[in-house]
Write a new protein. Structure first.
Length: 94
């Protein structure tokens, strides 16, 4: 059977985070940096971001991939979701 070639769909949860999780510009910059590690895109990503009293959610989408980054400062949690048609290893994100 041939592989379907959907690429990478990855969810990563981080616990004990001490980064500035309520700083929306920092979270947005971090999301863009993660998206750049997926390689060049065909178009400028569409950005959606929301600030909540306990965290920030950012979504970046471009035609071939998307990334979401959610922070929960009160719990020290960071959740990242990535979809790309490219093959990506977890070691590529540090």
């Amino acid at each position: 059977m041939d592989p379907l070639g959907y690429g990478t769909h990855m969810m990563v949860d981080g616990f004990g985070a001490s980064a500035p999780l309520l700083d929306e510009p920092w979270v947005i910059d971090t999301a863009y940096a993660l998206l750049r590690t997926l390689g060049p895109g065909g178009a400028e990503p569409v950005k959606v971001s929301y600030w909540f009293p306990d965290g920030v959610s950012v979504g970046l989408a471009r035609p071939e991939s998307h990334l979401t980054l959610h922070t929960f400062a009160g719990r020290g949690l960071v959740c990242v979701g990535i979809f790309t048609p490219q093959l990506v290893s977890v070691g590529g994100f540090s």
